[in-house]
Design a protein around this ligand. Structure first.
Ligand SMILES: Cc1cc2nc3c(=O)[nH]c(=O)nc-3n(C[C@H](O)[C@H](O)[C@H](O)COP(=O)(O)OP(=O)(O)OC[C@H]3O[C@@H](n4cnc5c(N)ncnc54)[C@H](O)[C@@H]3O)c2cc1C
Length: 429
């Protein structure tokens, strides 16, 4: 039986209840060898496995629970290209590499929708764009600049007037906003299952209930020791454990802050409420304390936002997102929510995803800052190309040293202080 608060065997999400795709992983019952072993079966691990398997490289994926159990099976399913930083800021930070990183991030949603089409993944893909609404004139200036920067790079984006934003979202007030038509939505768990199915169809071996407790390097080979006993040996390894990272590599879990994001889903909308996001767009506002929402294939409204850092113990801990939903859409006041669930997001100090290569043959990719549906998929493709190459290949993304966040043990305090601070900034800007 499912226990919502230990999240075993699955968190009680809308996505688990409505997934058309399914995937049953194999049991690792003896030692095996591969060219690459991947730890973690979310989008990062599964996309890497699929792209490696497409190249004929033998790959083993080891997942502590089941593929899609982490953030990849619980998220809002918004497929948004780009990073938290706009192209101009990426160039300012990274110099010449910045333009390449902006291009890579700008194409990330294409990678998702292309894979869905190629492997016929049954995950309710919709590509009607992402609307980012600006709550004030000062925020609108930033949104305009963001839209211009992407338009200059040929992206299918447009500014929206206040009336257009309010009409499309079915909520106000807004000062205006922009639409990024490269974006869309998926049923996130079905997408994860579909990636796993595709990777397996190409020859990747995917094992569930196979937590890697220790990585050891001996004679140029990596040994991934699992909790059940069997060991997988490979010359190359990818750690793709994101916000669920444990002690698998020294200091790694201290390079990110593990924020919780809480989601609720209403019953299918009826009557007047059906005009909310009726065009199939997804939306988030541009406040620092992000609220994001979308409809699912049955017309439910799904809304999420940041919340307390500890695992909830009763439904009252979703009160803040329910309040946000009812403030945004007063007509939905008093709704009986059908689903409540949450998951962990990996926040980095520079708001960039992190790629580390601490030792030859070992790659680590994590820290998507709540923007990982498209980015983690695209990152998997990039890392697969790197792992498939011998010699002095480069990753076309900044590769950084592992740097722990000072006083990381205070992360619960940081997150709560951050939430209070951002609430204040949002209120006054
Ligand atoms: C509630 C929520 C809403 C979100 N909404 C959006 C959104 O709308 N759009 C968007 O772009 N992004 C969103 N995100 C972010 C996005 O889901 C993530 O960035 C993305 O799924 C990260 O994928 P991943 O494969 O790196 O990590 P995960 O999917 O978290 O996978 C990591 C896996 O590693 C496994 N693992 C950990 N340790 C071990 C070990 N020692 N051995 C074996 N396995 C291990 C875990 O069990 C887990 O399954 C959201 C995240 C959350 C939590």
């Amino acid at each position: 039986m499912s226990d919502p608060y230990t999240e075993k065997p699955w968190p009680p999400s809308l996505w688990k209840a409505t997934s058309t795709e399914n995937f049953t992983s194999a049991t690792l019952d003896g030692p095996c060898d591969a060219e690459v072993v991947i730890v973690g079966a979310g989008y990062t691990g599964l996309s890497t496995a699929l792209h490696l398997a497409e190249k004929g490289i033998s790959t083993v994926v080891l997942e502590a629970e089941q593929p899609g159990w982490g953030a990849s099976g619980r998220n809002g399913g918004q497929v948004i290209p780009g990073l938290k930083h706009d192209p101009g800021e990426l160039i300012r930070r990274l110099g010449a590499l910045g333009e390449e990183v902006a291009r890579f991030a700008g194409e990330a949603a294409d990678v998702v929708f292309d894979l869905i089409q190629k492997y016929d993944i049954q995950c309710d893909p919709v590509r009607q764009g992402w609307i980012q609404s600006a709550p004030s004139e000062s925020v609108l200036r930033l949104v305009r600049k963001r839209c211009e920067e992407w338009a200059q790079r040929g992206a299918d984006v447009a500014l929206l007037s206040k009336a257009e934003v309010e009409q499309r979202i079915g909520s106000g007030p807004s000062a205006g906003g922009w639409i990024d038509r490269r974006a869309g939505s998926v049923q996130p768990l079905a997408y994860a299952f579909g990636l796993a199915r595709a990777a397996r169809s190409k020859g990747a071996r995917i094992f569930g209930q196979a937590r890697v407790e220790r990585l050891e390097k001996r004679d140029g080979q990596w040994y991934a020791h699992t909790c059940n006993g069997p060991t997988v040996k490979a010359p190359k390894v990818l750690i793709a454990t994101n916000a669920y990272t444990d002690d698998i590599w020294p200091g790694l879990h201290k390079t990110i802050l593990g924020a919780q994001s809480f989601l609720v889903a209403t019953p299918p909308l009826r009557g007047d409420a059906r005009r909310i996001l009726q065009g199939g767009e997804v939306t988030s506002d541009s406040r620092r304390l992000l609220i994001y929402c979308r409809r699912d294939r049955d017309g439910r409204l799904v809304l999420g936002g940041r919340g307390p850092t500890r695992t909830p113990t009763d439904t009252s801990q979703w009160a803040h997102v329910e309040k946000a939903l009812e403030l945004m859409f007063p007509g939905l006041k008093g709704t009986d929510y059908e689903y409540r669930w949450q998951g962990r997001i990996a926040i980095t100090a520079d708001f960039m995803p992190h790629v580390h290569v601490p030792e030859p043959g070992l790659v680590i990719a994590l820290g998507y800052n709540g923007r990982g549906v498209a980015m983690a998929t695209a990152m998997g493709k990039l890392i697969a190309s790197f792992l498939a190459t011998e010699g002095n290949a480069q990753i076309a993304f900044p590769v950084t040293p592992i740097k722990t966040i000072p006083f990381h043990e205070l992360q619960h305090f940081y997150m709560m202080a951050g939430i209070m601070w951002y609430r204040l900034l949002d209120a006054i800007s």
